[in-house]
Design a protein around this ligand. Structure first.
Ligand SMILES: Cc1cc2nc3c(=O)[nH]c(=O)nc-3n(C[C@H](O)[C@H](O)[C@H](O)COP(=O)(O)OP(=O)(O)OC[C@H]3O[C@@H](n4cnc5c(N)ncnc54)[C@H](O)[C@@H]3O)c2cc1C
Length: 360
């Protein structure tokens, strides 16, 4: 089957979904292709900052997300050996130190809004496998496998919003510089203990960072930095002494951890890296979000940055038509800002232990 649209967006994460909505709102025909079978996919970062909040408000999406459920973080705390040693409270003018937005709620609000526009179409279970170009080298479409069946989508603009392992980036042979950050991440979620206040809590345990993020619907997300490549060795060691370190760092978690994290299987391992593509597209192809510039979890910038790329790219399309733009990317406006954020992530990671220096 062959289908023709103005814009084909590959990847229904926060960046791709928002861009699809904004372009449909401008009257373009847009097809959003997502390889997974559901909106709420494998979970990653779900905290947005003031910038992400402003983008959602600008596009009248924030209230809808709020109705579905979100949670504002009141404070950032630093803990040492089970004791609170430092608290940073939110700026009353901002009202929070980050907002937990379940990705399912964010995407649902965007899709509900997008579906009001005739030009918006969305296919799940649709994996883009290749790109094709015309004789002048302009990208003119993608190959998709949808529910096992092969499709061709012809499109004036192809956007790779397909995350850090982007197929679009690979198929367009756009090189990417990968930076390892000196840690992998163990990730687990447990029910929040009673009376747990919405907060972000940090501890330094044997020189490694442990972070707790309170989530909407009474959960606590645990992010535990470990040395890169160390997980297979770690798993050969007894589990109980390892998990006791978490409980010593945050004694209030004792009951929930004993009940819900009982073996290595209760953690998910995430390899952490950042990257910067050598360019963000050309000849009818654009990259946004993690496909263009993968972010680490530090500072919760990635999802916000993906939404900002979408916002800026949609603004560019207001001024020019898709055909006029041989190199339609938001790179010129965004690249420097992204480089600054990625440098800030490294600075925060390297300076993390200084928050605990008063402990000697
Ligand atoms: C552990 C961890 C925690 C993080 N925490 C935060 C946080 O709290 N706040 C924050 O702002 N950022 C956080 N980040 C970063 C954030 O998750 C990413 O920067 C953000 O998800 C990027 O959004 P995106 O839309 O560009 O890509 P993604 O969210 O990765 O979405 C890409 C989509 O493309 C789909 N896809 C991939 N390949 C194909 C294909 N071939 N065909 C069709 N579809 C495809 C995928 O299924 C996916 O749905 C975290 C990252 C990590 C690793």
């Amino acid at each position: 089957m062959i289908q023709t649209v103005d814009a084909c967006i590959v990847g229904g994460g926060p960046g791709g979904a928002l861009l699809a909505y904004l372009l449909a709102k401008k009257g373009f025909s847009v097809l959003l292709l997502e390889r997974s079978g559901q909106i709420a996919k494998s979970f990653r970062g779900e905290h947005i900052n003031e910038e992400g909040e402003a983008i959602l408000k600008k596009h009248n999406l924030f209230d809808a997300v709020e109705k579905l459920g979100l949670l504002k973080m009141g404070q950032l705390e630093y803990w040492h050996n089970g004791q609170l040693i430092k608290t940073i409270s939110h700026d009353p003018a901002v009202g929070h130190l980050g907002i937990h937005v379940p990705q399912a709620h964010l995407l649902q609000a965007i899709f509900d809004a997008a579906q009001l526009y005739e030009g918006f179409e969305y296919y799940l279970n649709s994996r883009v496998t290749d790109l094709f170009q015309d004789a002048d080298g302009r990208y003119t479409g993608v190959h998709v496998i949808r529910d096992g069946e092969k499709f061709i989508i012809n499109s004036k603009l192809i956007v790779g919003a397909d995350g850090r392992f982007s197929t679009v980036r690979k198929k367009a042979q756009i090189k990417t510089a990968i930076h390892k950050h000196g840690y992998d991440l163990l990730w687990a979620r447990i029910p929040a203990p009673p009376d747990w206040q919405p907060s972000i809590k940090m501890a330094l345990v044997e020189d490694m960072q442990i972070s707790l993020f309170t989530q909407a619907k009474n959960y606590v997300q645990i992010g535990w930095n470990i040395l890169p490549g160390s997980y297979s060795m770690l798993r050969k060691q007894p589990f109980v002494p390892f998990i006791e370190k978490l409980i010593n760092a945050f004694p209030d978690l004792s009951e929930a951890v004993h009940e819900h994290i009982t073996s290595w299987e209760d953690f998910i391992l995430l390899d952490v890296f950042s990257s910067q593509a050598e360019h963000w597209g050309h000849n009818g192809l654009a990259l946004i979000g993690d496909a263009a510039h993968t972010m680490t979890p530090t500072g919760a910038f990635g999802l916000n940055s993906a939404m900002k790329d979408a916002d800026i790219l949609a603004e560019l399309l207001e001024k020019q038509t898709i055909e006029q733009l041989d190199s339609l990317t938001c790179a010129s406006q965004r690249k420097q800002e992204i480089e600054k954020l990625q440098a800030l992530q490294i600075e925060k990671e390297q300076g993390f232990s200084s928050h605990f220096s008063i402990m000697g």
